[in-house]
Design a protein around this ligand. Sequence first.
Ligand code: CA
Length: 231
Amino acid sequence: MSKKANIIIVEDEADILDVIEYNLSREGYNVRGYRDGERGLEAIREDHPHLVLLDLMLPGIDGLEICKKVKEDPVTRDIPVIMITAKTEESDVVLGLGVGADDYVSKPFSPKELVARVKAVLRRAPLKETVESKDRISVDGFVLDNIRHDLSIDGESIPMTATEFRMLHFLASHPGRVFSREQLLSKVVGSDTVVIDRNVDVHIRSIRKKLGETHRNLIETVRGVGYRFKY
Ligand code: CA
């Protein structure tokens, strides 16, 4: 594994959160902790981490509800979730309710056990390539070169706007994953101050036109959700 996973932890007990953060950071993972369920869920949707550690008992929205929401949403469904439960009985609840948690650990747990569980779950769900690591994406005559900022179709270079290029590159870097219009927009706007057309559909239409009849289907519309790049 060349790049360490991003992990979000939602745990309201500060002491436990500290212990988890410390031990996972020491393993080289990029860790972010939240003590509030609502904010944790928001961060999961925004950051799309490689793994979520979720405490069962949280004030406000509890861990089960968060897990259900993560697993129901096509955009976040593929993120593995490990539930942290206080009692062994609760482990049965987590699995029995079928909220889709990938694993659970019961408190009290040893840091060693937790790290082992995290590693095991991540192994089952290999790290998705990140945008940064994808310099060249090539599918069937479609070649996206992120270093030269160039798209070519069957050897012919296709002029694109910066926004179109970034949107296409983001989608193509995560093949098979569905992104909402809001997510696409937040990815391409980034920290730029440049004003762009916020209508994602307009950009997608233009990109498809440039991809041409042979390759326009690489971008698939997922009704009611958003868009995805086909393999
Ligand atoms: Ca708790």
